[in-house]
Design a protein around this ligand. Sequence first.
Ligand SMILES: Cc1ncc(C[n+]2csc(CCOP(=O)(O)OP(=O)(O)O)c2C)c(N)n1
Ligand SMILES: [Mg+2]
Length: 464
Amino acid sequence: MIRFVRSSSPNLIHRILNRNFHCSDSSMAVRCGRRRKDYSSGFLWPTCRFESTEAARHVDQLYVPNHDDQELDFPGGSVPFRNEMRFISESTEKRVPCYRVLHETGDIITPNNFNQLTKDVAIKMYKDMITLQIMDNIFYEAQRQGRISFYLTSSGEEAIAVASAAALLPDDVVLAQYREPGVLLWRGFTLQEFANQLFGNKRDYGKGRQMPIHYGSNHHNYFTISSPLGTQLPQAVGIAYSLKMDKKDACAVAYFGDGTTSEGDFHAALNFAAVLGAPVIFICRNNGWAISTSIEEQFRSDGVVVKGQGYGVRSIRIDGNDALAVYTAVHKARSMAIREKMPILIEALTYRVGHHSTSDDSSKYRTTDEIQYWKMERNPVDRFAKWISNNGWFSQEDESNHKITVKKLLLEAIQNAEKTEKPPLSELFNDVYDHLPKNLQEQEEVLRQTRKRHPQDYPSDVPL
Ligand SMILES: Cc1ncc(C[n+]2csc(CCOP(=O)(O)OP(=O)(O)O)c2C)c(N)n1
Ligand SMILES: [Mg+2]
């Protein structure tokens, strides 16, 4: 069953908390300590942090008011009184459960009210996930060969981008972080367009001004990626609000990582979205790491999902490596966001199997056991493959034909992109002001003179 946690539901919280705190002090101490990671049992995430059960017992009765029925008539709604002092606990013992549909074997876990996919959609999803993997392998190698300056893979997180994109409609406006090229792929951005951006040639829509992987496409309603983390989140709220004002049948969708939730922009965005009733879906890819900072060093809360309720945002935690769970949750979130004019927060649990980027070596801060566990036993693409092959929708032969075609197209795209001229130097200075102001004219002049004096320090393939 798919269940979103309502944004303000004290009764539900009370029920959950009541369930969670029936344990003795000694058993609690064992469960609350930092556990050794055991990948064979699937455990990765840290559990609760409090050392005593004191706070927990308090929470147990947090929502029980005095018997005198008196209330404080306060702006925003009346509040019951109580004369016993209670602090809200900093943590719960049990984790918010994670919605999933597909078992690792590729079988549907029953009962389940997931959104049944058509064969065509399921096959396109699978093909896009495979394409993404091939792109990642080949572009990563191209960076290692020094042909592009930077790259960053989606390995281990293919299902989130592709399955969420499949559940959206083309008018939904996407503001991604940087690990979601799968959304663009789903929307029809071509391999040539990806390659043009990575090589920063004159066909790149950003005119070579951005680092590789900062894709953007007006045509696909996909905002250009910003390097500073979190900026896309308040922007998405503004866009969602304008879609609501214009009575559009569309929402804004913001993607971001666990690390980005430590930016102030995340908190401002959730609050604004709730207060304005903005139809925006916040999709957090909680992949365990923000470069070398693990989530254990990032939060003391039960991940990200619990933060939604603090701001009055309906939220759900899902298995981000289960394409059917992602598809179903995003489909439902979209309909609630637009119909009920409200934001939705989705925390998708996943794992970053690759290094953070080509500038990172993750073997310095995590074990190969951890990576192997997620790569082999929790692989989102393998799981989806089992399901579509159980349905008889995609054979081994279909798969190898698809791989051969994509590799061929991609190598051609890379050769084309590499051969294509770079944007001229003048492009560095335009598109910000209608007329180039005097200070920028001076800077352009200085750059041209410097380049003339030190040609060896500048790329020779950038036209003047
Ligand atoms: C405001 C800001 N601070 C720091 C950085 C440097 N930085 C780039 S990516 C990154 C990690 C982000 O982690 P997360 O949001 O979990 O995304 P993931 O890489 O795991 O997909 C950091 C710290 C940045 N780009 N912007
Ligand atoms: Mg992360």
